[in-house]
Ligand binder design. Sequence first.
Ligand code: G6P
Length: 367
Amino acid sequence: ARVDKGGYKHFMAKEIAEQPAVVGEAIRHYLPAGDDSVRLPGEGLDFTKVDRLTMVACGTAYYACLTAKYWFEQLARIPVEVDVASEFRYREPPIPPRTAALFVSQSGETADTLAALRYCQGKADHILSVVNVPESSIARESDLALPIHAGVEIGVASTKAFTCQLTVLLILALKAAADRGALSPEALADQIATLRGLPQLMNIALDGAEPVHRAALQLAEARDVLFLGRGLMYPLALEGALKLKEISYIHAEAYASGELKHGPIALIDPTMPVVVMAPRDGLFDKTVSNMQEVLARKGKVMLISDEDGIDEAKDGVWSAIRMPKVAPLLAPILYALPAQLLAYHTAVAKGTDVDQPRNLAKSVTVE
Ligand code: G6P
């Protein structure tokens, strides 16, 4: 079926707006209503037989993997390695017994990711993939392929595929935690109930996104932008910087907030916007103290946080984006929305080709 823009100016805007629906779709698929267990297709993957997880991907899918590392380690206590596919395959890493290898790819056709998968065949106990295209090469060559149910994604800069990848990876981490006894059945049921509420929070975040639009008009004037986050917000900071680079051509980079003092703080001056992603979670005070180091050097801070976080830390910030309160584990999925919208509105303000940015391809099937 032909996909059109459905009244939006760009496919990217449409795909951003679709996220509550498609994330809801992914949740219902793996967590059918009236049941508090995770339903995966196929023979039943048993994480008690898995001692380590190796995750491999490129681009946005790689940042989904980096996020999932926190989930698998914290929830399921499984050690996780994450690599970009082009590094992984040429390093020829050893694959010990009881390793599961997991490949994440929207298209399922990325040449480096597919080659990394083939390297693991015959070495890893399980070849798993998280894909948007169930007929793709990566899906076909996996022992178990988990579709993300995002629907066709046309915008070259990935949006809904990212949040759906995260959703499926979190569900897989919950299953791993349950298999390994790291989550009791009651705790699993609680996590599932919380996850089912996520699409509604995504709707609220999208409805309240006008301040992101206003801030983007100023961000469009910047030459460089720094994104900061800690814990689960660090991979999202990387994804926020990638989105901005891809479509607005503004140089952006991301740092784990705690690394600020080891270099990037030298860049801070009154012309440098710094986007701080910090829900009021266990790491909030630490992130805010890093943010204050930026403010003390007259950096221009955009703080993305919840009501409590903003009330507590808004003094001196240039822009404050209020997000609905969310369980800390789900924050990267919800906070992806303002990160995407910031890049989108900045690119629109600059007049770039949002859906077809220069030099980029939707799917890179050659090395
Ligand atoms: C290209 C796209 C990115 C994407 C990456 C990986 O660079 O422009 O948006 O994240 O490939 O693609 P995949 O299909 O493997 O997720």
